[in-house]
Design a protein around this ligand. Sequence first.
Ligand code: HMG
Length: 385
Amino acid sequence: MENKYVGIEKISLYIPKYYVDIEKLAKKRNVDSEKWTKGIGQEKMSIIPKNQDIVSMSANAAINILNDEDKKNIGQVIFATESGFDYSKSASTYLFDLLNINRFARSYEIKQACYGATAAIQIACDYVRVRPNEKVLILSSDISKYGPKTRGEVTQGAGAIAILISSNPKILKITEKSVSLTRNEYDFWRPSYSEYPFVDGKFSTQLYIDMFKESVNEFRNRYKNTLENIETMLFHLPFSKMGKKGLISLEEDLPLLSQKWLSKYDQSTKLCRQIGNLYTGSLYLSFLSQLIYGNLKENSEIGFFSYGSGAVCELFTGILLKDFTSNIDIKFIEKMLENRDEIDVSEYDLNYFEKIYTEESFIYVEEKLMEKGFNLKGIENGKRE
Ligand code: HMG
């Protein structure tokens, strides 16, 4: 028999230990700091050190939520990223050794810009609906780098989110209501020869808004009179102002909903302001932010707008479950944010854009720089330790 009650059982976040202050960066770049702190809406940007990569960040996120029973019952490990370092071997394979996951689980990497983790979640829900005794582990891990002195520089970030999908969700039940939409566009893309993405910034923000509006309209047509039930709308946030632009675009057609969702919007952006764009993890960072800083109650229906350049988006909903906050390690997230060290902008300029991630080898990171948890120790012959 099909089991229709599926969703997020556990979720956790990992962010690197370092950040750059956006006001100080603006000063160095001769930009009015209010343009970046108010106009774009960012305060700090997460900086990944040499001893972390997408795999170590994802393992550091997942280790906090998995127990032995989970590891035994995981039927798939899906790694969503657009910061992959290998065209063949998937990043998910590393997790089996690092986290001691049962070896009979499926394992693969998935890519569609920032939309990847949402694709993974929907695949996982369908999988668990027909195999209710199994669970799916989803890792979303990315390094958002646009390069120095680019318009996108202020929207960089890094971090990972791990999500466990099961038929025994403790945080969010994911409904079967969803609208996905694809348009073949070049708003943000990264050809295989380029370390940094190519971006048509203004076009990308407009396309995001257009696709959001089109998805909302399709949702209204498909699921009559249910859009109004959505308590708050969460967004993929490349920077904290982006979702607000989407909500403002609804003001004319759906003024009441636009107002209702705008009134809860700021709480969902608090983590993004401190961290930056997590690419695949960004929408789920907004989710964590809303759960931690918002005032949502059990049974609230939440809308999720996932967007990945290129471009694919999906609007889906979930319903909050009883005691959802007690199933998230909020103290751990707050501690990670508090314990970060600031990197001076001149040091960032000197070292952050050094090309190490795609290199065949680099000198092993000194032991004293190693953090508690999982670290990247070095690369030799393209093999990561
Ligand atoms: P820009 O062109 O330098 O900024 O970069 P702007 O001129 O558009 O100004 C930004 C805002 O600041 C404007 O407000 C200004 O009015 C305001 P808005 O009209 O937007 O409300 N402003 C000020 N406010 C206060 N005081 C001042 C001041 N001056 C101006 N003194 C841009 C903006 C987003 C284009 C750039 O950062 C960029 O290219 N970012 C990267 C691309 C991006 O994030 N696109 C978003 C949609 S695409 C997406 O989400 C997918 C993505 O995550 C990738 C993936 O899917 O893999 C990126």
